[in-house]
Write a protein that binds this ligand. Sequence first.
Ligand code: AMP
Length: 421
Amino acid sequence: MFERPRGTNDWGPDDMAKRRFVESAFVRTAESFGFREIQTPLFESLDLFAAKSGPGVVEELYAFKDKGGRDLALRPEFTASILRFYVAELRSLPKPVKVYCYGPAFRYEEPQKGRYREFGQVDVEIIGGATLPSDAEVLALAVGTMHAIGLTAIRARIGHIGMLRAYLPFGPADQAKVLHALDKKNFPMLDEELARLQRPELADPLKRLVALHGDASVLDQAKDLLGGKGAEAFDYLRALAAQLAAYGVSPAEYEFDMGVVRGLDYYTGMVFELDSPNLGAEKQVGGGGAYTLAEVFGGEPVFQTGVALGVDRLVLAAEAEGVFGPPQRIDAYVVPIGESTRSRAVEILTALRAAGLRADIDLVGRGPSKNLDYANAAGARYAILVGERELKAEKVGLRNMASGEQREVPVGLLAEEIRKA
Ligand code: AMP
């Protein structure tokens, strides 16, 4: 017997129905926002991810050498690939470029519920739009996707990295270290870095800052804490809130959270994380923000905003909220009574399928009562009993599996009868 690699999953039919439901809610929403689908490779050159996130990310990657000795890695997310594609080809498209994609991503992490080594993501990017409208559009799309799934417990936490960059009097490399400590809420590390940088007095306001979250009043508190530095960021977040209201995003669905840092170097402005508060430790279902990444990949400076949502966690959130009904069932299960009726039964089956119904037939040669047991277990809405006597009158038996009620129906009206019900 072989075992699955650690951190991977097999998804059975009921699981896949849920995953497809979540993905299709996302695709529907993204399409309705005017995004278009693209696809990039599952693996890329290792350098691409190192360029985006720094060599530290290599620890988290599934990296390998191919037979030609090339250093490659399975994608840990989509943004780097999309930006590579943008710089190479998509930049000739009219701006803003609005694209989406979805599929598996891979990270070498300690597996637990909601945290896997292979997991599903959906992702959108707006490249080359103005910052405020693009940020609002991406946030509205992320919340809209959760609505489309049927989720009601939604909490976006919105911050701004610009205020911290304005406040921290350090060069980019040291700034990155301090931001990393703040991102991880690792205060011993923060103290250590600030001591090294000979600015220990910054520790206290920074710790108080990242603890601030709530409605727009926290923006004033944050402004006071930073002594007027980074004021544009707070004005910006107020303007963003006004835009979100116009999109119909309810104030109950988001808060300002000065602790959302997302420590990666290329984030420049608004940053956000999305939670499904019903979930346990792994309640973060998405994250995103504004950045200028194209430059890192050799393109011209251009604003981008993106978000990635995790499919696995959206499914868990939908399960927690009881969004999913019973698994999707087949509409009709055709039961030939005796081998002499099989050809006619297959013709009836084929007509039902052509009419757009989900229809199946006995492939084992079971007797009628065993077949009804099977139809029941398979969750068929109807069983179609095809007997010689009824066929002489061009009729079949139509049995409602839930009620057990059975009646004769002309073959020509069968699809309509099933659809009507
Ligand atoms: P990130 O790029 O880390 O912000 O991830 C975006 C979203 O992908 C997260 O909010 C999660 O929903 C999902 N995600 C990230 N890593 C994992 C993982 N190891 N397992 C399952 N979902 C993940």
